[in-house]
Design a protein. Structure first.
Length: 156
């Protein structure tokens, strides 16, 4: 386990024990937003997967969800580490609602390595300027249209 994961899992272990089992617990990883998104662009999702696995283990309780952002990349190398994700029952959400012209390609590549996941915006609404919210909502609509078309094609 990388040094960054060891440092963070000590905090997770301490904090998670104070969250009652009746309260959902989840983890959101971030590529940073200071000065623009992403603040850094990893070569692949390997470190996010490693940190997710370590966090789930360190929590020592049920983890309900894990949110991992994705970049505007549709290459296998970026998503391949997802095959090593061990969520232990946590629902995984990939933050891929952005850069919608490449959404379909990114979704299909990710699905090869992680067959079951939900989708979300890369970060959330908290860091969006109010003027960007209509665009983010439109991106969500485009994602829903993709899934409706996909479902219709599967049932045909």
């Amino acid at each position: 386990m990388g040094n960054y994961a060891t440092h963070n899992t000590a905090q997770i272990r301490n904090l998670a024990r104070h969250v009652p089992e009746s309260i959902p617990l989840g983890f959101h990883w971030c590529f940073g937003t200071f000065g623009g998104w992403p603040r850094f662009a990893p070569d692949d999702l390997g470190r996010a997967v490693e940190l997710s696995n370590a966090a789930v283990e360190a929590a020592n309780r049920r983890v309900d969800w894990i949110h991992i952002p994705t970049l505007n990349r549709s290459d296998d190398a970026f998503y391949r580490p997802l095959q090593n994700l061990r969520p232990q029952g946590a629902r995984v959400f990939l933050g891929m609602i952005h850069t919608m012209p490449t959404f379909k390609e990114r979704f299909e590549v990710a699905k090869k390595y992680l067959p079951d996941f939900g989708i979300a915006v890369y970060c959330g609404f908290g860091r969006q300027s109010p003027s960007d919210v209509p665009k983010v909502i439109q991106d969500h609509r485009q994602a829903m249209q993709f899934f409706r078309a996909r479902r219709a094609g599967e049932s045909a």
